[in-house]
Each structure stands twice: as C-alpha cells, then as structure tokens.
Design a protein around this ligand. Sequence first.
Ligand code: PRP
Ligand code: URA
Length: 209
Amino acid sequence: MSNVFYMNHPLLKHKITMLRDERTGTNQFRKLVEEISMLMGYEALSDLKTRNTEIRTPIEDTVQPILDGRKPAVVPILRAGLGMVDGILALVPNAKVGHIGMYRDEITHEPHPYYCKLPQFIEERLIVVVDPMLATGGSLIDAVNEIKAKGGKQIKCMCIIASPEGVKAFSEKHPDVQLYIGALDRCLNENAYICPGLGDAGDRIFGTK
Ligand code: PRP
Ligand code: URA
C-alpha cells in the first residue's frame, strides 16, 4: 500500500475530532470540511510541477517558479464530495471542476453512478478526486474506473475518514492511484458505516437529516 498516505498534522487531527462530534452543527461542519480539505490538499499537491519564468520585482529582474502544465481538475463525488471542493479551490483557484454522481444502495451498499461530467483534456490534467468518506471503497473505486475510462491518467484521491476495508479494496483495484487519508478508523459496522466515523457525511454537510 505504498500509494496510501496518512495525514498526521495535529491541526488536522483536531479538526477531524470536531467534525466527528455529534454536537457539531451543519454550518460548522461545512467550514471544518473545507478547512480540512485545504490542509490535506496542501500536502497532496506538494508535487505539482513548476517551470521558471522571468519577472521583475521592485528591486531587480529574477527567474522564479510558477505552476506548469494544464490546470488541475478537482472531481467531487456527489453529494458529500462537494463540501471539499472549496478547500482545494482556495489553493488552486483556477482549477477545473468535474462532477461524478454516485449513491450507495442502503441495503446492498453497492454504488450506483448517476452522473459524470469531466473537464476537457482530462488525460493531460492532474485529477484530484474528493469524497469525505471511504467506507467499503465501492464509490471511490467506481469513480476512478469512470475517470480512467474517460482517459484520466494522473489521479489522486483525498478522503477525510477511511475504513481499513475501504483502503485495502481501493489500493488493490487502483494501485497506481495515490490515496490521501485524514484519519484511518477502526472498522465498518453492519450497515457499512465507518466506526467511529462521523455518521452520514452528505446529510451532515447539507443538513438533510
Ligand atoms: C457516501 C460517501 C461516499 C460513500 C462511501 O455517499 O460520501 O461517496 O458513501 O461509501 P462506500 O465507500 O461504501 O462506497 P452516499 O452514497 O451516502 O451519498 P451522498 O454523498 O449523496 O449522501
Ligand atoms: N458514507 C457515509 O457518509 N458515512 C459512512 O460512515 C459510510 C458511508
């Protein structure tokens, strides 16, 4: 599992604990998801390519690095992944945004795709797939399948909380894809919810329960 990276920053741990707390309301939950995504994105994007450009400061001419290549694409898995987009856009404001619609059947826990719209030239972009929860792994595995089928090559995924089962399933199916995890939890329960987890991420972000 050499392509799986576990975040270890105390600020991130603190914010994830607040996110888990059942007393955290919708407004604060959304803000925390955004802040956590920015902290995770900062780490996940640490290998972005740069090229040198000539500029002039108020003091002198100089050659300095700027980001190189096509703009990256952020791809949230709907719905809950939407909450992570602004955190990444705070770092890379001109990134493109794709969307993958996927919901999990409540009984079988199988993912069902219902929407996929990706930016043009996807094969030339770094793609950052975001979803707060990696439970069985089914949704993220299928989302990456769809992105690869449309030509995506350089893919990173970011999940705030993951189960060991989900990490194993994902890294077996997509060993070439880097996976960034904010917290690795204990296990899944009989409803395939992550324990201790944070409950239903989509409902907590959008206040739908
Ligand atoms: C949640 C979550 C992931 C998925 C994880 O979405 O945001 O997409 O479950 O579960 P898995 O790893 O077992 O596939 P959900 O299907 O509840 O949809 P929602 O975001 O619309 O609430
Ligand atoms: N989806 C969620 O939102 N939470 C879980 O714990 C598992 C899947």
